[in-house]
Ligand binder design. Structure first.
Ligand SMILES: Cc1cc2nc3c(=O)[nH]c(=O)nc-3n(C[C@H](O)[C@H](O)[C@H](O)COP(=O)(O)OP(=O)(O)OC[C@H]3O[C@@H](n4cnc5c(N)ncnc54)[C@H](O)[C@@H]3O)c2cc1C
Ligand SMILES: NC(=O)c1ccc[n+]([C@@H]2O[C@H](COP(=O)([O-])OP(=O)(O)OC[C@H]3O[C@@H](n4cnc5c(N)ncnc54)[C@H](O)[C@@H]3O)[C@@H](O)[C@H]2O)c1
Length: 446
């Protein structure tokens, strides 16, 4: 088969790879994208977007629950098959739509698992590709813990495409995925066991707010077990028996491994092209360049401390567009990155953490505000609204925030704008925002 030559080959057709591919193509480079599975990658097919479609019903139910006795009289029930149909109406169009977009832009596409050869070229099925530079954007996949009965474990991929939700499910790991799937399944009527091996899930978030969130999940009926590890999963009639280190056991309809994700690198044969990896992903320098100077990496597959999120992968794709088309290549500098765990109560984190601020009391002030009596939250009867705001003592600018409320996703984005524009209450006071809204609360947060 004849070698096909490109300026750039991007391996992985997810949000990160696509951002780079479109950007580099727009700069006039000949670009190819290789995808082995679903065009569009994790986020729109089996991540953020389908999850958030299911979450729309959860949020609506939560809003209605909060207003019981305050003007509403019944709580809507989730019709799982209908909700799943709504999700599929969105996701089934993604791969063809994404591929069609690339074809329309005249970006070359190859479908199959990419694998490097020792001479630095790439094999995809029957195709042989050569390129001046390469971008690896192969993402992460669910990690399956090595327990007795690991073959019975499912993942978020299966959860987000279930025809029917079992009456009882078990989630192994209370990270982002575990907590979000617990919220969805619980709201849809399943008995949920959320099992976490340490005493401190969601370590990147404020500990008090994580505790508030777990208490809320418990109050909603989720069986949250901390310091507990599942040791065995075994078939029991048409269900599964789960056993833990503390000697407890129960029968459940399905068990999902929500114990983290791992970089997708096995197919690539990176060792053949001298690209170093760790268990966290591909090693890169400040230019997202791997240990092979012609191979770059971005997004979830990279071993970097930034959270593994779609906007981060897209930002890195745009950064590489710039770096690979100009002579000037300063190290990547990330803006403030907001993180949100979605649910009836949303947990959000932005900028300087409360832990960092507490460790440097001369530099930062942390204000812990119960928002439940504030007008914005009283109006919707939000039962848990709380924010911790971190202010720089010298500049009086807001530099960080941790939020738990049904409105956290919106508030954290306003605060992102505030932080990026170096604002405190004085600067916010110079703006006029619609009243009464979350934005009009901003000036009270110092
Ligand atoms: C359940 C879930 C919910 C999430 N929710 C959110 C959220 O609400 N907000 C948010 O910001 N992020 C969320 N994320 C994370 C988000 O999906 C990822 O950060 C994002 O998809 C990373 O993009 P990427 O391009 O780096 O990788 P991916 O989207 O994973 O794309 C990588 C692509 O590479 C392909 N590939 C792998 N190996 C090869 C190979 N050898 N050859 C060819 N192709 C290959 C894969 O098939 C895949 O399509 C969620 C993730 C999950 C699992
Ligand atoms: N809302 C969002 O933005 C969103 C949603 C989902 C995923 N994501 C992204 O995907 C990444 C992966 O999410 P995740 O939830 O899969 O991973 P995670 O690392 O956030 O959480 C997994 C948790 O499972 C625990 N764990 C590990 N082994 C275990 C075991 N044997 N038993 C019980 N617990 C165990 C880990 O200590 C960890 O706390 C996130 O870091 C995030 O970047 C983002």
């Amino acid at each position: 088969m004849q070698m096909q030559e490109f300026d750039i080959v991007v391996i992985g057709g997810g949000p990160g790879g696509l951002a780079a591919a479109y950007g580099l193509h727009a700069q006039g480079l000949s670009v190819a994208v290789v995808e082995k599975d679903l065009w569009g990658g994790t986020c729109p097919n089996r991540g953020c977007d389908p999850k958030k479609i299911l979450m729309a019903a959860v949020e609506a139910q939560g809003r209605a629950e909060a207003l019981q006795g305050h003007g509403l009289t019944s709580v809507p029930q989730i019709d799982w098959p209908a909700l799943m149909a709504a999700k599929r109406a969105y996701t089934t169009k993604i791969p063809a739509g994404t591929h069609g977009g690339l074809e329309a832009a005249k970006i070359a596409t190859f479908h199959g698992a990419a694998s490097f050869n020792a001479d630095g070229t790439l094999t995809v099925g029957d195709d042989q590709l050569n390129s001046a530079n390469w971008i690896v954007a192969t993402g992460q996949e669910p990690r399956i813990p090595a327990i007795d009965g690991a073959e019975w474990l499912n993942t978020s991929n299966e959860f987000l495409d279930l025809d029917n939700l079992p009456a009882d499910i078990t989630l192994m790991g209370a990270g982002y995925v575990g907590v979000e799937l617990a919220s969805i399944a619980n709201a849809a009527g399943s008995r949920v066991h959320l099992i976490h091996h340490s005493d401190r899930p969601l370590r990147a978030f404020d500990g008090d707010l994580v505790n508030d969130l777990l208490e809320r999940l418990r109050a909603e009926g989720v069986d949250v077990q901390l310091n507990t590890t599942i040791t065995t999963v075994a078939p029991a009639d048409d269900q599964f028996k789960v056993t833990t280190t503390v000697g407890d056991s129960w029968t459940t309809g399905m068990v999902f491994a929500t114990a983290g994700r791992q970089p997708v690198v096995d197919d690539l044969h990176l060792d053949r092209v001298n690209v170093a990896t760790t268990t966290h992903g591909i090693t890169v320098n400040g230019n997202l360049q791997t240990t092979n100077p012609h191979i770059f990496a971005l997004g979830d597959v990279v071993d970097r401390p930034q959270p593994k999120l779609t906007p981060v992968a897209g930002f890195e794709g745009r950064y590489l567009t710039q770096t690979l088309t100009t002579c000037d290549s300063p190290d990547i500098v990330y803006p403030t990155i907001p993180s949100v765990v979605y649910g009836k109560a949303q947990l959000a984190q932005l900028g300087v953490t409360t832990a960092e601020a507490t460790a440097a009391p001369d530099k930062y002030q942390v204000t812990d505000l119960d928002l439940t009596h504030w007008y914005s939250y009283q109006r919707i009867q939000d039962p848990h609204a709380r924010i911790k705001v971190v202010v720089d003592r010298t500049t009086q600018h807001i530099v960080g925030a941790a939020v738990l409320s049904s409105e956290a996703e919106q508030l954290i984005n306003y605060l992102d704008f505030v932080i990026e524009n170096h604002m405190g209450s004085a600067e916010i006071g110079q703006t006029i925002t619609a009243y009464p809204t979350l934005a009009s609360d901003l000036s009270y947060f110092n």
